[in-house]
Design a protein around this ligand. Structure first.
Ligand SMILES: [Zn+2]
Length: 343
């Protein structure tokens, strides 16, 4: 049994800044990842918030087998990026870095009218731009919806049901190599995944901006993702679910007073739920007010299990499965690969 922290900010500067201000202890990434593992939080998704983070995110992902990252511009950073970069430059930087093998998605992106309503225009513009970059991903943009496989040589093959042949669609592979690799895939346990789930997913931050968030997401059909640290209305949750999105629950669900969110959690299908810390922020009870870290996620998961009347085991296995379905690029690094190839 293990958990996945689907959203945190391991970025050292941010973490240590909060840590210094509020408590003592070892907040090196080594120590944080180690404590997470000891607590059963086996995988961690480190979420980007600005373009200047990217290099550091990549190097953290390189250092730990069990850490992935996303890249993107947080809505609270929208104005700053607007001043520093042209829209073309932003697209270029995202495109150049989103196919890094441990970059599993774009995020966090979205709208925040709670803190920075005055930059709503810039936020919307960047949200749209980053969503557009998801569909521009050269590997996934052209994928049809047939089942395909990523073989261990990291090429992607599509199976055309009528032709009964496997066609390499990446790196201009000729069909001979394609069928050879499909065979190799069979033998060495590469993984079959569904094309509709293989697109880069987005991690969406939305605060007091439900209507605009949904309206913009509807402009980008086919983009899947997650509404992270969900704190909205039931209606918003259902609209997001209808768009195929997952809902991620943070430690705020453990706060006694948060009855509204606890009620919403009960109505979200278990196969669309994710759990996160949003560390170093929002530590769950009994650590409320302290510096949050991935190891604390277990308390959030237990609370969700209690609300849904299921076991912690069920929460751990289903939410981990959900994570790898939403971010299929992470599957390659999963220790326990499903051995059920379709070819
Ligand atoms: Zn976050």
């Amino acid at each position: 049994m293990y958990y996945v922290d689907s959203h945190c900010h391991l970025n050292l500067k941010k973490f240590s800044k909060v840590a210094e201000a509020s408590s003592s202890g070892d907040y090196s990434i080594d120590a944080i990842v180690e404590r997470a593992k000891n607590a059963g939080v086996e995988y961690i998704l480190n979420i980007g918030t600005e373009l200047s983070d990217i290099e550091e995110m990549q190097s953290i992902s390189m250092s730990y087998d069990n850490v992935f990252h996303t890249i993107g511009i947080h809505p609270l950073e929208a104005q700053k990026h607007h001043q520093q970069y042209s829209l073309d430059e932003i697209s270029r930087i995202i495109k150049a870095n989103c196919n890094d093998e441990k970059c599993v998605g774009i995020g966090e992106i979205g709208l925040d009218y709670y803190y920075t309503k005055e930059s709503a225009k810039e936020q919307k513009e960047l949200f749209e731009l980053q969503l557009a970059n998801v569909t521009l991903d050269p590997v996934t943009a052209s994928l049809p919806s047939e089942t395909y496989a990523r073989c261990t040589c990291n090429n992607i093959f599509v199976r055309h049901p009528e032709e009964r042949s496997d066609v390499g669609i990446q790196n201009n592979i000729d069909s001979t190599h394609a069928s050879k690799s499909a065979l190799a895939y069979n033998e060495d346990g590469g993984e079959a995944i569904n094309a509709s789930q293989a697109r880069t997913a987005v991690c969406v931050h939305s605060r007091e901006a439900e209507e605009d968030t949904i309206a913009i997401l509807r402009n980008h059909p086919g983009v899947t993702g997650v509404i992270h640290c969900f704190s909205g209305s039931k209606e918003f949750a259902f609209q997001a679910l209808d768009l195929g999105f997952y809902i991620s629950i943070s430690g705020v669900v453990t706060f006694k007073s948060n009855v509204a969110l606890q009620e919403i959690v009960k109505s979200i299908p278990l196969d669309r739920l994710l759990v996160e810390t949003d560390a170093p922020f929002l530590a769950p009870t009994p650590f409320r007010g302290k510096v949050n870290e991935p190891a604390f996620m277990v308390h959030t998961a237990k609370k969700i299990a209690e609300l849904l009347g299921v076991t912690a085991d069920e929460i751990s296995s289903q939410t981990s499965e959900n994570f790898f379905n939403l971010y299929p690029r992470a599957k390659k690094f999963r220790r326990y690969i499903v051995q059920n190839p379709v070819f």
